[in-house]
Each structure stands twice: as structure tokens, then as C-alpha cells.
Design a protein around this ligand. Structure first.
Ligand SMILES: NC(=O)C1=CN([C@@H]2O[C@H](COP(=O)(O)OP(=O)(O)OC[C@H]3O[C@@H](n4cnc5c(N)ncnc54)[C@H](OP(=O)(O)O)[C@@H]3O)[C@@H](O)[C@H]2O)C=CC1
Ligand SMILES: O=C(CO)[C@H](O)[C@H](O)COP(=O)(O)O
Length: 471
């Protein structure tokens, strides 16, 4: 315990809140904490060890508020949704004008927009955090949304606890109101797509090439030393290498093939539709999780139609092909995510700083990757261009195109589902097709609904000579 008033407060000593509290304390900022289950708060100083003297455990909201130096800043790290509104409602009557609530959970950015507008005298920041428990403890990436003057008040704490890339903190204000939570949601959308593509390549090695978890671990370990170097490849190698202590089997072989989701990937896909932003790899990844949950239906399908995945013909795919295809797929995931952020910046008038966002993601977060430094550079050169068209990244696509095409074709022939990689390829093909097929769609719409169309020659004729038109 410390006698000095705490510099900041935090509600929610779970996975993220507990770890972030220790991080804040370790950086030298006294912090007051409250948790809904009092027993967790009481036990926390013991967990904090030698950091306990920087931590003020509080049993009531009143105690929490009294322990923080005004103007106060209180972080919420609790489940998104109703719990956040409840905590805001409980805190607001106890706070003074100019105090601030910071929601660092994975809020839906529409909720954050609303909360910022409803905040009244109590200021509100919506702040996305990424990096899981390890990141929160030793350096997460932080994406803040709100007013610059509110960010300025907590910037010292946030930049101290954030991950650093060559000394530069991976924490910044990215825009007003819900902008931070929007950017965090897109981060998670990219995370979904990247994870799904890795899982698809794992499936090709396991079902198509007959490789065991240990061999697959070795492949991922090798890819860590390549343009695929990223946190997600590193942890994929580790999970493939792990053994289940219960059975002695590879851990992956005893884990149910049904992935959970808390909402951010789905929100990204929904929001992309509202924005008209094409993010097919992200959508495919969300759908793959939805499909994975249909465990009984998939078993019934296998019983009726026979197993989907069949071994690939000898030599149909090799490891360099998988690697090059995954590199191309990864570029397409980020291209789609940054494209969506750019669309939101325009639509919501937020002017989101794409190069800055790429910089925040270079360390600490789940999608950190060797590519992000080059992405930041490419976006700084021209924030309006598609990332996939920047020379550094277009080269990966040129080099990986044949591999991606071969992978998708072979997977289709062997009945191995690769929805994210396949949609990445379709996106790539669509993005290099100057004359597409939407002329047919326009003609159909005009035929049945007199919706009109534009002509290639620009003439002021907007309806076709369809039989029945105009009756
Ligand atoms: N885990 C992760 O990798 C990441 C999570 N996040 C986000 O951070 C937030 C917290 O996640 P995480 O730490 O993983 O979750 P946990 O479930 O580990 O912790 C949730 C915390 O919130 C408390 N809590 C639960 N319900 C309520 C409520 N109704 N009112 C007040 N407090 C409540 C819990 O208390 P008690 O345990 O006593 O019930 C606990 O302290 C979420 O929004 C999550 O999406 C963001 C980035 C990464
Ligand atoms: O924000 C996160 C990582 O960046 C959280 O771990 C989040 O829970 C991941 O999303 P989901 O639970 O839907 O897989």
C-alpha cells in the first residue's frame, strides 16, 4: 500500500486488467484498483509481490475515487457491453467535472461514440489495447480515441507501459470518439484473417500432406526466419510443438476444432459492409469460425458425403509453395484491413493516420509482424494507395501469385477448405481486372428494376433495350 494518492485507477483485475495494473505499477505509477469480486481485489497485493506498495486495493467505488489524484483517470478492463455502461453509471455520480473514464476493453466503437457523447462533465476515452496478457504485462499496443487534451493527460502513463519499437512507443491517439476502438476492431479482423490463413496451411500439411504436429512445428519454426516473421507464426510453432500432459499426444490433436469469438471480428465484417469496404479474407475468417462451431452438422456431412479432406497427390504442394502463398495471403489481409480504415476515415470524417497506425502495430500487439515497418513506410509515402500496390508488397504478390493459385487449386481438388486463402486469391484477381463483369449486374438491375446504368462511352443513355421495359 502507498499513502500517496494513486496516479490512476483501474476496474477489472482479470486477465488484461491484472496484467496492466502490474505493468503500470512497475513503470512507477501508483494505481488504485477495484474488482467486482472483492476477494480478487483482496488477493491482488499478494499476486503483485514487490509491486504491491504501488497498488491501492479498494473495496468500494467511493474508496477507489478517493484514492486517485484529481483530475482522476479510471481505466475499465471488463467485458464489453452492459458491464461498461453499469460501471460508468456507478462511477459518474462520484466523479468531479474533468475526471475521466477510459474504456480499454474491446468495445463496439458505436458504443464508444455514444458514451463519448453522453459523457457530460466526465471525460471519456475509448482505448483499444492489444497483446493479450503478456502484452498487457510487459508492453501492449494502444490505440486511443477521444479528445487530444484527454489523451495528453494519460499519454505519459500509456506511452510508458506500451511496447516500444526502436524506442518509439506503440501507443497513440488515432482519432476522436470511437476511432481507437474502431482501429482495434480492424486489428482483430486482420488477426482473424491471419490466424485463419495459418490454420488453413496447417490443415493442408496435416490432411493433405500427412504431416504430424512435430513436423508442422518445425515448418513454422523455419518460417519465423522469413518475411512471415510474426507473433502469430511464432505462437503457431509453439502450439504445434506442445504436448498434452494428460495423454502425451500433441496438444493440437486433443483440442476441439471449434473456435470461439467474442465479437470484434464479426463487428469488423459488419462494419465493412456498412462502409462498402471489401474485406473478403476477414469475412471468410469470421465465417470459418461460425462454421467451425457447427460440430454436429459437420460430422453429419462427413457421414453423408464422405470425408472432405483427402491426401494431396504426391508432389502436388511443397513447403516453399505454402510459404509463398501464405506471404501473399498475409499481404492481402493487411491490405484489406488498411483499406477499411481508410474508408472509415473518409466516411466518418476521422482522418485516421494510416502510417501511425501501422507503427503502433509494429510491436506489442497480436498482429505484430516483420512486414509492419515496411507497411508504415509504404503508407507514409502514399496513404491513399492500396498497400498491395506499393512496390515492396506488390513484389510479394507477384512472387507468390503462382503459389497461392496452386495452393487454392490443389486444396479444392483434395476437398480441403481454404476459405480465407481462396477469398484472398479472388480479391487479388478482382483487383487486377480492369474490365470486370458488373456490367452484367447493372444490365440485370436495369432489366428488372429500371435502375439504370452508366455506359463506357459516357453517352446520356441509361436504360437498355430490354423486352418489357417501360410497360
Ligand atoms: N484477453 C485478451 O487477450 C484481451 C482482452 N481484451 C478486452 O479486455 C476486456 C477484459 O478482458 P479480459 O481481461 O480478457 O477478461 P477477463 O474475463 O479475464 O476479466 C474480466 C474482468 O472484468 C470483471 N467483470 C466481469 N463482469 C463484470 C461486470 N459486470 N462488472 C464489472 N466487472 C466485471 C471480472 O471480474 P471477476 O473476475 O471478479 O468476475 C474481471 O476482473 C474485454 O473487453 C476484452 O475483450 C482486449 C485485448 C486483449
Ligand atoms: O482483442 C483480443 C486480441 O487482440 C482478444 O484476445 C480477443 O478476445 C480476440 O478476439 P476473439 O475472442 O473474438 O478471438
Amino acid at each position: 500500500m502507498t499513502d500517496a494518492p494513486a496516479r490512476i485507477g483501474l476496474i477489472g483485475l482479470g486477465t488484461m486488467g491484472g496484467a496492466l495494473t502490474l505493468n503500470i505499477a512497475e513503470e512507477g505509477f501508483p494505481i488504485a484498483v477495484w474488482n467486482i469480486d472483492e476477494a480478487v481485489t483482496r488477493a491482488f497485493p499478494e499476486r503483485a509481490g514487490e509491486l504491491a506498495d504501488k497498488i491501492v486495493p479498494c473495496m468500494t467505488h467511493e474508496e477507489l475515487v478517493a484514492a486517485i489524484q484529481p483530475p482522476r483517470a479510471i481505466i475499465l478492463l471488463i467485458p464489453a457491453g452492459e458491464a461498461v455502461d453499469q460501471q460508468i453509471a456507478a462511477l459518474t455520480p462520484l466523479l468531479d467535472d474533468g475526471d475521466m473514464i477510459i474504456d480499454m476493453g474491446n468495445a463496439n466503437f458505436h458504443d464508444t461514440n455514444r458514451r463519448a457523447r453522453e459523457a457530460g462533465g466526465v471525460n471519456f476515452l475509448g482505448m483499444g489495447i492489444s497483446g493479450g496478457e503478456e502484452g498487457a504485462r510487459h508492453g501492449p499496443a494502444i490505440m486511443a480515441g477521444g479528445r487530444p487534451e484527454d489523451w495528453a493527460r494519460v499519454e505519459e502513463v500509456m506511452t510508458a507501459v506500451a511496447a516500444k519499437h526502436e524506442g518509439e512507443p506503440c501507443a497513440a491517439l488515432v482519432g476522436p470518439e470511437g476511432a481507437g476502438h474502431f482501429v482495434k476492431a480492424v486489428h482483430n479482423g486482420i488477426e482473424y484473417a491471419d490466424m485463419q490463413m495459418i490454420a488453413e496451411v496447417y490443415g493442408l500439411m496435416r490432411d493433405g500432406m500427412g504431416m504430424g504436429a512435430g513436423e508442422i512445428a518445425e515448418v513454422f519454426e523455419g518460417w519465423v526466419e522469413s518475411p512471415l516473421r510474426s507473433y502469430l507464426i511464432e505462437i503457431s510453432a509453439e502450439v504445434a510443438r506442445a504436448t498434452d500432459p494428460e495423454t502425451g499426444k500433441p496438444a493440437l490433436d486433443v483440442i476441439l476444432d471449434a473456435a470461439g469469438q467474442k465479437g470484434t471480428g464479426r463487428w469488423t465484417a459488419i462494419e465493412a459492409q456498412h462502409l462498402g469496404a471489401p474485406v473478403p479474407a476477414i469475412e471468410a475468417a469470421v465465417q470459418a469460425r461460425n462454421l467451425s462451431a457447427k460440430v454436429a452438422d459437420r460430422a453429419a456431412g462427413e457421414a453423408l458425403f464422405g470425408p472432405g479432406p483427402r491426401p494431396l497427390p504426391e508432389g502436388a504442394l511443397d513447403l516453399p509453395t505454402l510459404q509463398a502463398a501464405l506471404i501473399a495471403g498475409k499481404v492481402l489481409c493487411y491490405d484489406q484491413g488498411f483499406g477499411m480504415i481508410s474508408a472509415a476515415g473518409r466516411d466518418y470524417g476521422w482522418d485516421l493516420p494510416l502510417p501511425e497506425i501501422a507503427k503502433i502495430w509494429r510491436e506489442g500487439c497480436i498482429i505484430r509482424s516483420a512486414m509492419l515497418d515496411d507497411m508504415a513506410e509504404a503508407l507514409a509515402e502514399d496513404p491513399d494507395r492500396n498497400l498491395m500496390m506499393a512496390p515492396y508488397f506488390s513484389k510479394f504478390l507477384v512472387d507468390g501469385e503462382h503459389a497461392l493459385r496452386t495452393l487454392v487449386a490443389q486444396a479444392a481438388m483434395a476437398g480441403i477448405p481454404v476459405p480465407a486463402l481462396a477469398s484472398g486469391l479472388a480479391y487479388f484477381d478482382a483487383m487486377r481486372t480492369a474490365r470486370g463483369t458488373a456490367n452484367m449486374i447493372q444490365a440485370q438491375r436495369d432489366y428488372f428494376g429500371a435502375h439504370g446504368f452508366d455506359r463506357l462511352d459516357g453517352k446520356d443513355i441509361h436504360h437498355g433495350p430490354w423486352a418489357g421495359h417501360g410497360l
